[in-house]
Design a protein around this ligand. Structure first.
Ligand SMILES: [Zn+2]
Length: 460
């Protein structure tokens, strides 16, 4: 593991009226089998796409296309099962006055039951995140369901804080202290305590920083560095000098840290979560390169510093990047294009299966380079997931929906959100789950279920 540094947070789309019940568009959708040809037999064990056990780099872009008919079965799984990857985009209600709070968090489960939280929501969302962790550990990731060992009710292996805005880190303090703290076994990954700007929610950032420099210091995994690092308060900026945390190999092992391999979390069964970028740096081969420079006096470029990750399991790929910006407008530096250009081999010609929409599907993000790399218009079915609640007024933006949905980028896929916010865009392909969005691979990544719909992986 590597040392860490300091950062920032907040900007909140605060006060927004709650949406009247039933006022939003979209609906669940029936049980439909989409993508991947026509029926046919189940893939055989051992058939997982290339990359299942490949190197971190090569594994991300290999894959066998055209394996033939794919059959996900007839019923969506009710919860995680051994050998598969599960991703839950959690429902995080905005709460009540004085300020409805935006917030997003996701739980990722690996084939061996490794549990990763990707962001933890706002300061009022600890209950929802804790409940999801408890549900996973006590109802699903159990020996009775085929996992190797029982887990503590609040056990979490990794926490990734994509960036230091309050809607992503606000629940960290209540989740790691008090009467029911999470038990974090491996580490808390963040962009580093560097380049912390004034748009941060100072108290939330301070809580995270002081915890990771204090009682949780043994779990502190900061990716980017500076000398000296920032203080745990909004003070003098400490510009990042590099991001060595992107080249640590297996993040749970220290004996490979000098080999300059891409940093990844092992999820079991050959699945992994590789870190592609952080702090507006990206790995390029065995080097880490700084992206477009944006000043250390900025007021709201925290989004552009988001951690970028790619989950791979067999042929399956899931891309997430927090609130990464891409518009290039003031305060919205185009880091998306830089990440895409740095990782062309990962996207290859077929992109990914599922993309988490950056920044709650707002038009600051999902630029043309990003959506083209993730979802080329080739007729294959792909999906987009966004973590939204009604405090994110206008999310998903119509421009963002259009970016992903025009040109048949998603084939038979959908744009699925936890909750459509007031005054948001519309599309027949926008699905308002009004609740948790669930994704689970089948046949070790040959395909996946997203809610009640099944899809073949694009690399299959
Ligand atoms: Zn956010």
């Amino acid at each position: 593991m590597s040392p860490v540094r300091f950062a920032t947070a907040a900007l909140l789309l605060a006060a927004c009226p709650a949406l009247p019940p039933g006022a939003d568009g979209g609906s669940g959708g029936g049980l439909v089998m989409i993508g991947g040809g026509s029926g046919g037999g189940l893939a055989q064990p051992g058939d997982a796409g290339a990359g299942d056990d490949g190197g971190a780099d090569a594994g991300a872009d290999a894959g066998t296309i055209g394996k033939g008919p794919f059959d996900a079965g007839t019923n969506a799984p009710a919860g995680p099962s051994p050998g598969e990857v599960t991703y839950w985009q959690l429902e995080l209600p905005p709460g009540v006055l004085p300020f409805p709070r935006s917030g997003e968090a996701a739980a990722l489960v690996g084939p061996d039951g490794t549990l990763v939280l990707i962001d933890v929501g706002n300061s009022n969302h600890d209950d929802e995140v804790r409940a999801a962790v408890r549900e996973l550990n006590t109802q699903w990731l159990t020996p009775a369901r085929g996992y190797a060992r029982p887990r503590a009710p609040l056990e979490v292996d990794w926490v990734i804080l994509t960036h230091f805005h309050a809607d992503h880190i606000g629940a960290f303090a209540p989740l790691t202290s008090g009467a029911e703290p999470l038990s974090i076994t491996k580490g808390v990954i963040h962009r580093g305590f560097v380049d912390v700007g004034p748009a941060t929610n100072a108290s939330d950032f301070q809580d995270v920083c002081t915890a990771l420099r204090g009682p949780l210091a043994a779990k502190n995994v900061g990716l980017c560095t500076a000398s000296p690092e920032s203080a745990c308060s909004i003070s003098v900026r400490a510009p990042a000098s590099g991001c060595p945390g992107l080249l640590l190999g297996d993040l749970s092992r220290a004996d490979d840290d000098a080999a300059l391999e891409p940093t990844f979390l092992a999820l079991g069964g050959g699945a992994r979560l590789e870190l592609l970028g952080a702090g507006a740096f990206a790995r390029q081969g065995r080097a880490v390169v700084a992206g477009p420079s944006f000043g250390v006096t900025d007021t709201n470029e925290e989004n552009g510093r988001s951690v970028v990750g790619l989950v791979s399991h067999g042929a399956f790929r899931l891309l997430f990047a927090g609130d990464l910006s891409g518009s290039g407008a003031a305060g919205e530096p185009d880091v998306e294009s830089f990440i895409v250009a740095s990782h062309a081999t990962h996207f290859g010609g077929v992109g990914v299966d599922v993309a988490h929409a950056n920044h709650h599907a707002r038009k600051t993000s999902s630029n043309t380079a990003w959506v083209t790399a993730a979802a080329p218009s080739d007729g294959r079915a792909r999906n987009v997931i966004a973590g939204i609640n009604t405090a994110y007024v206008n999310s998903p933006h119509q421009e963002t929906l259009d970016a992903w949905l025009m040109g048949d980028r998603l084939g038979g896929g959908r744009f699925v959100v936890t909750r459509r916010a007031p005054a948001a865009g519309t599309s027949p392909l926008l699905i308002d789950a009004d609740g948790r969005v669930t994704l689970q691979t089948v046949e070790r990544g040959d395909g996946y279920w997203l809610g009640a719909r099944a899809f073949a992986s694009v690399r299959r």
